[in-house]
Design a protein around this ligand. Structure first.
Ligand code: ARG
Length: 430
């Protein structure tokens, strides 16, 4: 008895995979595993319905807490890829691990996914799975299926597949972001209609601005609250937003900032295989938190730490994009990141307004900041024994090396002109 666990969403790809795993790959039994990382309820209803119609045992694994914690953790590395907050990429290893565990529990011989051979997700799933003894199967890629062929296959067998409106776009939703791609968006010049967005209202429609305060401890958000009476926005659940769990904190900020149109991205993304793809994303909570986190780092980290950390963050984000969070490099980078985050404790005020989430205030007991030193009004810096006048020497030296080098260059240029006579020759003044 050969059994395979399939990453199952109930969409066209995975629905078709069920039949193919039996017919083409000879498995006796397929079980479907759906991992909850914050998809909308309808997706679970659809998956359950389809599994029922296909007579497949379907298991739902709740990984929301684990995923939300990972998202908040990723703030420490200011995790973005080509400018947008990593969402799908962070979710895949969590999903892949949950499927692997379920497969093992149910004595499966193999694991399968319905990803195509063009995207990133095949690589992210398999990076986790190929570390196990189970066989890895990718029917859509291996049998070179097209969407058209899948539609026909499903129709012939009377398989339940949704069609029409939503089916136009390929959508991937989790707590941290909603991604929309495919169909007309493949035309890079196509301006998407407002209705592809579900988490964000058109910027500008929300009216007044809202101020939201985010409290961080060791680089992680631990409380949120709106300042004053929020205009149209929802109050944070659980009173003043303290003690919110990671899931609730993200959900709350998605709703609050989404109403101001915060967190929309329309971009060309370079996938791992080298293909460029048109992507649209929505990520209100991630944008608020990333902006706030960076603002707090700006207050507490030294300039050289910030410069170096930007490189570390980018390396971390690249590995996360690739789904290779277990790479030794990641652990090493986190050694540095964690060392810096112990000071990223404090409060940031963010203004939500017309599609933007702008930090407008920041405070920390770890501020590497002296009001005395920066102020135009004070003469001395307390405890440091330096005054404005001390900068005179620094100002004299500033640019000294370049001035010296330019003098030498000028002198050499003149000498060259004089010896080869080229300047005169060209002007015909012989
Ligand atoms: N391109 C993004 C990534 O690789 C998101 C893909 C999401 N999938 C989708 N069908 N919308 O992370």
């Amino acid at each position: 008895m050969e059994r395979v666990a399939l990453a199952f969403s109930g969409g066209l790809d995975t629905t078709v995979c069920v039949g193919l795993l039996e017919e083409e790959y000879g498995y006796d039994e397929v079980i479907g595993v759906t991992v909850d990382v914050g998809q909308p309820d309808e997706e679970f209803d659809e998956a359950e319905e389809t599994a029922g119609a296909l007579d497949v045992d379907q298991y739902v694994v709740d990984a929301r807490e684990e995923f939300a914690t990972l998202c908040l953790d990723s703030l420490k590395a200011n995790a973005t890829y080509q400018g947008y907050p990593l969402g799908t990429a962070l979710a895949r290893p969590v999903i892949a691990n949950a499927i692997l565990e379920t497969a093992t529990e149910h004595d499966c011989d193999a694991v399968a996914h319905g990803c195509t051979g063009k995207g990133n997700d095949q690589l992210r799933f398999e990076a986790v799975w190929r570390d196990s003894d189970l066989d890895v199967i990718a029917p859509v890629r291996e049998l070179e299926l097209t969407r058209e062929w899948e539609m026909e296959y499903a129709e012939e067998r009377g398989l339940p597949v949704e069609s029409g409106n939503e089916g136009d776009w390929s959508i991937d939703t989790n707590l941290w972001s909603r991604s929309v791609e495919g169909a007309k968006l493949e035309d890079t010049g196509y301006v998407p209609p407002e209705d592809i967005y579900e988490w964000t209202d058109a910027p500008g429609e929300a009216g007044e601005a809202d101020l939201v305060e985010i409290e961080f401890e060791d680089g992680e958000p631990v409380a949120v609250d709106t300042v004053g009476e929020p205009s149209t926005s929802p109050r944070p659940p659980a009173g003043n937003g303290e003690g919110l769990g990671p899931v609730e904190l993200i959900e709350y900020l998605n709703e609050l900032a989404g109403a101001y149109g915060v967190g929309r991205t329309d971009m060309m993304e370079d996938r791992m295989l080298g293909l460029k793809v048109r992507e649209n994303y929505e990520h209100p909570a991630a944008t608020v938190l990333l902006n706030a986190h960076e603002a707090l780092e700006g207050l507490v980290l030294t300039q050289e730490e910030r410069d170096f950390k930007a490189q570390v963050d980018q390396q971390w984000s690249n590995k996360a994009y690739q789904g290779l969070v277990d790479a030794p490099l990641v652990g090493a980078l986190e050694g540095f990141i964690d060392r810096t985050q112990s000071r990223v404790t404090g409060t940031v005020t963010v203004k939500l307004e017309g599609g933007s989430a702008r930090p407008v205030g920041r405070e920390s007991e770890y501020a590497a900041y002296s009001e005395d030193a920066a102020s135009f009004n004070t003469e001395t810096v307390e405890g440091q024994n330096i005054t404005q006048k001390d900068a005179t020497g620094v100002a004299k030296y500033h640019g000294f090396q370049g001035r010296l080098a330019n003098t030498v260059i000028d002198a050499n240029d003149k000498r060259t002109l004089a010896t080869d006579g080229s300047g005169a020759g060209e002007n015909g003044e012989e």
